[in-house]
Design a protein. Structure first.
Length: 350
């Protein structure tokens, strides 16, 4: 009898050992074998989701093969970190071991979009419409000049309204830092005026090194009571910040002399001083440029044909620079016409 009990216990022990070994092998296999996902998967794990619910989401996405193995591995295997919420990106045939490591380290999928400097609020909202998985909802263009152009991270399912709120908060943070440190005796007294001038500077030049110099020109004009005579303000008066063109410039044509007679408070040819509000959304560098403008005695500037500008102290100098620019522009247009003509002839050959 005793021998039978001993044999029975040995048999049970062997079976248990085999079962444990089998379970261990199965768990190890599930933990290390590539998953079934043949394509990249993006999985959202909301805050407050428990480990079992996380495992079920991952299983549904074919990122893991067995939710129970995943839950056990998450609890007993190092590091002893909690699974972090967020949006995660998994490559094809990812291993459970790598999935678990990603969730414990919080290596979330970083989506981002960039808002360039100088866009109007209408243009910013249009740009957000093309951001993948950003929910537009009932978002409307924010107040002109109220958001900070920059690169922003987001998660799929975020709303455009929430991101616009974030961009407006970012600009408020910049102004809270920069406004108290502005140069003394500037010819404006409010943050709105600073942002208005910054938006004009932003639209006048795409050359970073010119911002402070162009800001200095407008500062000199404001101090002398001279009209700013900024073309971008006239364009804004004509378009209200809504391009009319499919990418061919805000007007879809060259600004004409008759446009300068447009009756609008934004027309800085007709009205001295600053417009009532910004004409675009200025970046940090443009804001700093108007709060710390370059000190000089220039009153005029015009394009130089290379993307930058040439500056003048007197109207006579400026008129000569304008004549030079028109000559350069005419040459550039003729060259472009010749190139287009050659391309047309070339495309017509058999």
């Amino acid at each position: 009898m005793k021998l039978f009990v001993i044999k029975f216990l040995i048999s049970v022990g062997v079976l248990c050992a085999a079962l444990v070994a089998g379970i261990g092998y199965y768990g190890y296999s599930a933990y290390t074998t590539p998953a079934l996902n043949a394509v990249e998967k993006i999985v959202m794990l909301p805050k407050g989701t428990g480990s079992q619910a996380i495992a079920e989401r991952l299983k549904a996405a074919q990122v893991i093969s067995d939710p129970y193995v995943f839950v056990v591995a998450a609890k007993i295997l190092p590091p002893s970190a909690t699974l972090k919420a967020g949006e995660y990106q998994f490559p094809p045939h990812v291993r459970m071991a790598d999935v678990l490591a990603k969730l414990k380290s919080g290596d979330i999928y970083k989506r981002q979009f960039t808002i360039p400097e100088g866009l109007t609020s209408f243009e910013i909202l249009e740009k957000l419409r093309h951001v993948p998985d950003l929910v537009m909802g009932d978002a409307v263009p924010p107040a002109e000049g109220s958001v900070l152009p920059d690169t922003y991270q987001y998660t799929g399912g975020d709303t455009a309204a929430a991101k616009l709120d974030q961009m407006q908060a970012a600009l408020r943070d910049v102004m809270a830092k920069e406004w108290p440190n502005r140069n003394p005796d500037l010819p404006f007294t409010t943050e709105n005026e600073a942002l208005t001038l910054a938006s004009i500077v932003e639209k006048e030049t795409g050359v970073a090194s010119e911002r402070a110099r162009i800001a200095g020109v407008f500062i000199n004009r404001l101090r002398k009571g001279m009209p700013l005579q900024s073309d971008p303000t006239v364009i804004y008066a004509l378009t209200n910040g809504q391009p009319q063109n499919d990418g061919q410039g805000p007007l879809g044509r060259r600004l004409l002399s008759k446009d300068l007679e447009t009756d609008s408070p934004y027309n800085t040819y007709l009205h001295p001083g600053l417009p009532p509000a910004p004409i675009a959304n200025a970046g940090k560098d443009a804001v700093r440029a108007v709060l710390h403008p370059e000190a000089h005695d220039f009153l005029y500037f015009v394009a130089d044909g290379t993307g930058g500008h040439v500056f003048a102290r007197t109207l006579a100098e400026h008129n000569q620079n304008v004549a030079n620019w028109r000559l350069t522009r005419n040459v550039q247009e003729r060259v472009q016409e010749n190139v287009q003509e050659k391309e047309t002839l070339s495309s017509g050959k058999d």
